[in-house]
Write a protein that binds this ligand. Structure first.
Ligand code: ATP
Length: 340
């Protein structure tokens, strides 16, 4: 639905040239919640601002529903932008307008008549849970409420795409969760395609269906969230995943385990229904190895279970080989952390 082809943006000043994004290509399916994650300065904001040409790309194409935004005239672009909503980290609300008038603003610009505007705003207020705040000013709202106004304003012209630039980065964890749930709800109810720019893997873990990791202006890797979490390829993706699923064992424990004879430390990761398999009981019964649990966690990637289990396996080489065979037959991802 959205195709980004070889997108490049170079900022040129008198002193220097900065390549903010370089040859980025992405296919974003209709109805996806597509996360774009990267460290500060990686190029995320530039990328998202190029998607609706708030920033003019230096090269490449943005194709939305078959229409090339980069080839559009100013008038065509203005019309196309009505189908692309955007929300920002710092909300960007008009302080002198009430909540109602902030949400009405894009409809006024688009030339809607007063009764139509009133009807649409009255539809949007309950959608974002602000029925009782229509006539208050932004300064009287909490951060989460301000972002709800931002979301209602972005949805006013019935967009097909919602761009979110660090939409929850200024919010506390609980408010972040409530905004993410609202975005998930909107995505499911209206089939809206959402692009989430973030530097926080917990945002990706919570609601994204797909993710692209951007590093030093380029895409380091991309794919469905489950694949990237279970089999990350790039070191930057691994680093991000370790922020939500830390699985390093303490150094002194590793040192102590290194003294155990015939022992191996393995990390097992599993998705979905595999989370309820009796792995340890089977390993002990079928492979006759001893399995000591060193670390375990189970969590959700959106609505799929994702688990990590770090075990010390003890047994002779044949028994350990049998254990690996057993684990690989069950399509679990197994990594040997330490052999003794
Ligand atoms: N208007 C500009 N003029 C010159 N350089 C810019 C401009 N905007 C961004 N850059 C540079 O482009 C690179 C990418 O910046 P960008 O803001 O897109 O990164 P980011 O991943 O969004 O970072 P952050 O999370 O810190 O906002 C950085 O090196 C930045 O300094």
């Amino acid at each position: 639905m959205i195709r980004i082809e070889n997108l490049t943006k170079v900022y040129t000043s008198r002193k220097e040239q900065v390549v903010a994004i370089e040859n980025i290509s992405l296919d974003i399916p209709k109805g996806a919640i597509y996360g774009i994650i990267g460290l500060s300065g990686a190029g995320k904001s530039t990328l998202v601002r190029c998607i609706n040409r708030l920033e003019e790309p230096t090269g490449g194409k943005i194709i939305i529903d078959g229409q090339d935004l980069t080839a559009m005239s100013a008038v065509e672009l203005r019309q196309a932008r009505q189908k692309i909503g955007m929300i920002f980290q710092h909300f960007h609300l008009l302080q002198s307008r009430t909540v109602f008038d902030n949400i009405a603003f894009p409809l006024e610009i688009a030339g809607f008549k007063k009764p139509e505007i009133e009807a649409r705003v009255k539809e949007l207020l309950p959608l974002v849970g602000l029925e009782d705040k229509a006539h208050v000013y932004p300064s009287q709202l909490s951060g989460g409420q301000k972002q709800r106004v931002g979301i209602a304003r972005a949805l006013a012209t019935n967009p097909k795409v919602l761009l979110c630039d660090e939409a929850t980065s200024a919010l506390d964890p609980q408010t972040t969760l409530s905004i993410l749930n609202l975005l998930k709800d909107i995505n499911q109810r209206f089939g809206l395609t959402i692009i989430m720019i973030t530097h926080e893997m917990k945002v990706v873990k919570e609601i994204c269906s797909d993710v692209a990791v951007i590093h030093e202006s380029k895409i380091a890797e991309q794919g469905p969230v489950e694949s990237v979490f279970i089999q990350p390829q790039s070191s930057v993706a691994k680093e991000f995943i370790s922020t939500v699923f830390p699985n390093e064992l303490p150094e002194d424990l590793l040192r102590e385990l290194a003294t155990h004879p015939n022992s191996q430390i393995v990390r097992i990761q599993f998705l979905g229904s595999r989370a309820s398999d009796p792995i340890i009981a089977d390993l002990m019964k079928e492979c006759e190895v001893r399995a000591n649990i060193l670390y375990g966690s189970i969590d959700h990637l959106r609505s799929t279970l994702f688990g990590t289990l770090t075990l010390e396996l003890q047994g002779d080489p044949e028994q350990l080989a049998l254990a690996h065979q057993y684990l690989s037959q069950r399509e679990l991802k197994v990594e040997v952390i330490q052999n003794v």
